[in-house]
Design a protein around this ligand. Structure first.
Ligand code: 2P0
Length: 325
């Protein structure tokens, strides 16, 4: 085969109802369903060139080692889908902080699956690409689509029915996620380790798992009805339950920093003053605030007044992962 190249761009997604915990670690099958919003503005751009001497990953201009390369090679194996796979060179850039709780792995593996399939001339549909991206990083299965995306757990042992499903496209609802960057450092506890530790040691975890489907149902209905209060309530409930389980894990998995709490307080104060805005946090100290587009500048300006924040940015719903070269 002559070397073939393709480039794909994918946006990260932020879970409104959270994925935390696996029912199958090898296949990255989730313990809970989840629902996310794909974000415009932040993006991963990845080029795959089949026909290298050995698999290589260059991320942000830096050659990466065996641990990061292993997951990439697994995705390449799945895309190729048979024996005789050539090695590939993968070059990837993020226009936002990597591994800092801003969902960089979601856009990374979605872009990788799409670029690798196009470069290999493999006509894989989006659901199959989502199943493959999931095996690089769970949340990546939601980044093949723009807008609001659900990840159903699926029932099959092979995981082939556990993938993203679009709920509504980016232009369905003019919302903003205002991202308050508390730290751009790499997180101290990675998501995979953190969720494994939570499932093993946290006595609250079964409650998080059993209550998650109702949160997804409420969030899906709220998206379809464009009901911001109901969506915000489901999101904050899911967020708080997830962080409660993290904190009650041994050793604890605590991502919150004092500045994170100051942002959460500011959101509560804005809401008490009549501004409809709702907070969420993921596996990191950064806080994301959901609000109507018309309120985003007011929310962002208020948050810029919180001491210690590195950056505040209002991001619109983003589109599907797509080929760009
Ligand atoms: C989510 N997070 O639903 C949740 C909320 C973080 C908190 O998915 O182990 O990088 O690769 O499947 O997808 C982050 O975890 O974890 C994540 P793996 P992933 O977005």
């Amino acid at each position: 085969m002559s070397p073939r190249t393709a480039t794909a761009l994918a946006h990260p997604n932020i879970a409104l109802v959270k994925y935390w915990g696996k029912r199958d670690a090898a296949l990255n099958l989730p313990a809970v369903p989840s629902l996310s919003l794909t974000l415009d503005g932040f993006a991963t751009t990845t080029t795959v060139r089949w026909g290298a001497a050995a698999d290589r990953l260059v991320l942000g201009g830096v050659e990466r080692g065996a641990a990061e390369l292993r997951k990439v090679s697994r995705v390449l194996d799945l895309v190729w889908g048979g024996p005789g796979r050539p090695a590939a060179e993968v070059t990837s850039e993020n226009n936002f902080p990597t591994a800092a709780g801003l969902a960089s792995s979601s856009s990374a593996f979605a872009a990788l699956a799409l670029a690798a399939a196009a470069a290999a001339d493999q006509p894989l549909d989006r659901a199959r690409l989502s199943v493959i991206a999931r095996q690089g990083s769970g949340s990546a299965c939601r980044s093949l689509w723009g807008g609001f995306v659900e990840w159903r757990m699926g029932e099959r042992a092979d995981g082939n029915d556990s993938h993203g499903l679009p709920v509504a496209p980016a232009d369905h609802w003019d919302l903003r996620l205002v991202v308050a960057v508390v730290s751009a450092d790499k997180k101290a506890v990675g998501s995979t380790d953190g969720m494994t530790r939570t499932a093993l040691t946290c006595p609250l975890f079964p409650g998080f798992v059993s209550s998650a489907p109702a949160d997804v149902d409420q969030a899906r209905a709220a998206v379809l009805a464009r009901d911001l209060h109901a969506l915000g309530a489901a999101m904050e409930r899911s967020t708080n339950k997830m962080h409660a389980t993290m904190i009650a894990t041994e050793p604890t998995v605590r991502y919150w920093k004092p500045v994170s709490v100051a942002v959460l307080d500011a959101v509560e104060a804005m809401r008490a003053s009549g501004l409809a805005c709702y907070s969420t946090m993921d596996a990191g100290p950064n806080v994301k605030v959901l609000c109507a587009a018309a309120d985003a500048e007011r929310v962002a300006e208020t948050l810029r007044g919180v001491p210690g924040l590195l950056r505040v940015e209002a991001l619109a719903p983003g589109g599907d992962a797509r080929l760009v070269g």
